[in-house]
Design a protein around this ligand. Structure first.
Ligand code: AMP
Length: 355
């Protein structure tokens, strides 16, 4: 048996009924609603203002019902309605970012996955402690600007979509950085980026065994980031700066990638260590997570971030991926989440996958 993450009181509202799958209308909601419907769950879209119109264009992914709040920050005020509706919330990056990590954690509504992970993931120092102690190679971190001895990237906390990040070729260039929140200074790693979509099930007893369950790889993407991805076409940085153009990392979309097959064993090893360490540190990370890093020319994968929930790159694989198809044809991360809820319910183990 895995760790129990939810008290019986938290799961009271689900007893004796089919749960409704709910998420915030953004990010990967089309995939989540579509998949929940395929697995036979009713769906509820949480929207601020009025229900977004774009669902009308995607009938198979339109939630059955909407719950609207003036702003997402007002969600805690309607949590009784969510409980009454027998809802399981599927967290995604925008959900946690818009509501706030602490507010999300305090919601008294069943949430898919272990909400304790948010505290470890949203603070870059804590996530580093987790990943380093799991044995992940990571970009060098500078405690102070005076230590900088090469190109660096300055990054804010949380999933800000790369907004406001700053690239400095050397220490002198740091003078131009004017922070607007807590940030870290990291070595700028040269290589190829991979965002690997894993899924950890604490209740599965087949496949690639880790902890009490198993680890799956469902897909992989690379993010399109404006304007850094195309900046090279404009030439040297000094000239760009003179022209008032600064590199930014705002995510605008995703492209599918696969990893050299010979690198897959290391990818699994690394992800397994991250899961095992999460079990020791906070009772385990459950469900989808993404290991994000850069493969250097020495074929060392340096992890710069972990996202411990469904990432938007999985939207590429609504009808399967080169990896997921080898588990079950057409399997998406959203579908895998819905399956996990089904299987945990059937086994009376919902408390191990919800919190
Ligand atoms: P993050 O918020 O950590 O996901 O970073 C946003 C983007 O910045 C990533 O998708 C990468 O393109 C880039 N990035 C982050 N950390 C590094 C690093 N240490 N070296 C090079 N690029 C990075």
């Amino acid at each position: 048996m895995g760790t129990s993450l939810a008290s019986p009181a938290r799961l009271d509202c689900l007893s004796g009924r089919t749960p409704t799958i709910a998420t915030l209308c953004s990010h990967s909601s089309l995939q989540i609603f579509h998949a929940a419907r395929l697995e036979g769950f009713p769906t509820l879209g949480i929207a601020s203002g009025s229900p977004p119109r774009f669902y009308d264009a995607f009938p198979l992914a339109r939630p059955d019902r909407f719950l609207t709040v003036p702003t997402i920050k007002d969600l805690p005020a309607v949590q009784d309605r969510l409980r009454d509706a027998g809802v399981i919330i599927i967290p995604h990056g925008s959900f946690v970012e818009y509501l706030g990590a602490q507010e999300f954690n305090r919601l008294d509504v069943p949430v898919f996955g272990n909400r304790a992970v948010i505290e470890w993931e949203s603070d870059r120092r804590k996530s580093r402690e987790w990943l380093e102690s799991a044995g992940c190679p990571m970009p060098k971190r500078y405690e102070d600007a005076s230590e900088v001895d090469g190109p660096v990237i300055l990054k804010y906390y949380g999933a800000k979509g790369g907004k406001g990040y700053f690239l400095a070729k050397n220490r002198a260039a740091l003078a131009d950085f004017h922070p607007t929140g807590p940030y870290v200074i990291q070595e700028y790693v040269l290589g190829t980026r991979y965002y690997m979509h894993f899924f950890y099930s604490p209740i599965s007893d087949r496949g690639y065994r880790v902890g009490t369950g198993s680890l799956e790889l469902l897909g992989m993407d690379r993010r399109d980031e404006a304007n850094i991805d195309e900046l090279y076409k404009l030439g040297a940085q000094e000239e760009l700066l003179q022209a008032g153009i600064r590199p930014t990392f705002v995510v605008t979309g995703n492209v599918p990638v696969v990893l050299r097959e010979s690198l897959l064993p290391e990818a699994f090893d690394l992800a397994a260590r991250v899961v095992e360490r999460s079990i020791e540190l906070f009772g385990g990370m459950v469900g989808p997570f993404c290991v994000e890093g850069i493969m250097t020319e020495e074929l060392e994968f340096k992890v710069f971030e972990i996202s411990s929930r469904i990432v938007a790159g999985t939207n590429l694989f609504i009808s399967g991926s080169p990896y997921a198809d080898l588990i079950e044809p057409g399997l998406s991360t959203g579908r895998r989440i819905a399956q996990e809820i089904h299987r945990a319910r059937a086994a009376g183990r919902l408390d191990e996958v919800l919190s």
